[in-house]
Design a protein around this ligand. Structure first.
Ligand code: FAD
Ligand code: NAG
Length: 411
């Protein structure tokens, strides 16, 4: 190629960058493995290898052709990544929230969008395992853990986003069924997935009137909107999910009537750590891409990495990445231990890591100059994929609300 440095930073070379960086990472500051147990280092390596070999070589194609990589995800599930924190007796891996974070962080270096979908799927499987009857757990969890079936989380509606407790989708009890009416917006996986975990209104206004039911694809009255065109997250479809007199057995309810909002929020506590972890992986990959690019690109007669300005930028990026990772892992531990500060820490981790990591990826793009803006280079995809992490699973403004509420509430 006549473009200086192009062979270093193009997308296929991300694979080798990641492979060498895993070894490199043991020596360099952005290492993701210090302080981990031997077992954690082991599955982290498995996840990094999967990211480098099975995901990174395809991430551009999945993005550009909007491919939902079902077979790749099933391979990931064979490694235990389909139900990481689901209990083993229904097919899960039974790992901790910290273990989960380590895995999503590593996978995300290979394709952030695909990993983020896998994280939503894991959240749904955990909700069924934790709040479902034994019958429901046995019916759904094994197929979800193997990713024979895929799941979607359905909370947001066209008129209810940040104010999720105002949702309107109604579920009226008729005999031994709930009849659902209403629509959900922005559902990740929607239309391509098999199992829908749906928050709906069985009672009065507010959070206490909400229940959570599992709706299977193929149920009469369940349909989908058009596939949304998005800035990023293109390896997973996003559609509206529509219910028109959709009858669901009462036995498909998770928890008791009125507990649905609570279940939805419990799912999101872990979801927020997972999304934050996906942001760490995107930032990690972007730091490596920027490092490699400025190490070979020459301007003003020397490599860019001789510029102290760019050295300092790289140092700041690594520092912000490590600070984000420390906070995410601490929040994961707090959630695992069910500590009283867990909800706030999960919100802080999501707010801080998704903002910082977006800024790191964006800075990495800047360090690529014009090449960073070309789709031949992986860094722009990380920027596009990670942007939405500041918006979903509760916007970062909603994270501030949760943290402030905790600070201002007398205990
Ligand atoms: C690609 C994608 C995938 C998604 N996947 C899913 C999914 O799988 N399941 C699901 O249920 N949802 C999903 N969502 C929806 C997502 O969770 C919502 O978009 C998000 O919660 C924000 O809601 P909204 O879009 O209605 O924005 P709004 O609530 O309308 O907010 C608009 C802006 O105003 C701010 N704002 C709102 N209220 C306040 C306030 N009181 N103070 C300060 N600022 C405020 C918000 O932070 C935001 O910046 C997805 C969204 C996207 C884009
Ligand atoms: C669902 O909506 C349709 C169309 O608005 C209406 O005819 C039907 O009665 C509703 N069903 C229930 C159970 O509310």
């Amino acid at each position: 190629s006549d473009r200086v440095g192009v062979h270093w930073a193009n997308i296929t070379c991300l694979e080798s960058a990641l492979k060498s960086s895993y070894l490199h990472a043991l020596l360099c500051l952005v290492t993701a493995s210090t302080g981990l147990t031997d077992e954690q280092k082991e599955f982290q390596k498995v996840a990094f290898d999967f990211a480098a070999n099975e995901m990174a070589p395809h991430m551009a194609e999945w993005d550009q052709n909007e491919i939902f990589p079902v077979e790749t995800m099933r391979k990931a599930a064979q490694l235990g990544f389909g139900g990481i924190y689901v209990r083993p007796e229904v097919g899960g891996s039974g790992l901790s929230r910290l273990d989960t974070s380590i895995i999503f962080e590593a996978l995300s270096t290979g394709c952030t969008s695909t990993t983020a979908y896998i994280s939503i799927h894991n959240m749904c499987a955990w909700m069924i395992d934790t709040f479902g009857s034994n019958e429901l757990r046995e019916k759904f969890c094994p197929d979800l853990c193997s990713m024979e079936k895929f799941a979607s989380y359905c909370l947001t509606e066209p008129g209810s986003g940040s104010d999720a407790a105002s949702l309107l989708t109604s579920a009226k009890l008729q005999g031994d069924h709930y009849v659902l009416n209403g629509s959900k917006a922005f559902i990740s996986g929607g239309g391509d997935t098999d199992v829908y975990v749906v928050m709906c209104r069985t009672g009065g206004k507010g959070p206490k009137g909400i229940s959570c039911v599992v709706v299977e694809k193929g149920t009469p009255g369940l349909s989908f909107g058009k596939k949304e065109k998005k800035v990023g997250w293109n390896s997973q479809p996003t559609r509206a999910v529509i219910f028109e007199d959709c009858a669901v057995p009462v036995t498909n309810r998770l928890g008791s009537e009125g507990q649905g909002f609570n279940i939805a929020m419990k799912g999101l506590n872990g979801g927020r750590i997972n999304i934050a972890s996906c942001s760490l992986g995107a930032a990690h990959a972007s730091v490596l891409l920027a490092r490699d690019h400025i190490s070979v690109r020459k301007q003003f007669g020397e490599t860019l990495s001789n510029s102290q300005f760019l050295q300092f930028k790289l140092a700041e990026m690594a520092t912000r990445l490590v600070a984000s990772r420390l906070l995410v892992r601490q929040a994961a531990l707090a959630l695992q231990e069910d500590r009283p500060d867990a909800v706030s820490l999960c919100s802080m981790a999501k707010l801080f890591a998704t903002d910082e990591c977006f800024s790191i990826c964006n800075q990495a793009l800047q360090m690529h100059g014009g090449y960073g803006y070309l789709k031949d280079y992986a860094v722009q995809q990380f920027v596009r994929d990670i942007r939405v992490h500041q918006i979903l699973e509760g916007t970062n403004e909603v994270m501030r609300m949760i943290i402030a509420r905790d600070l201002l509430t007398e205990s």
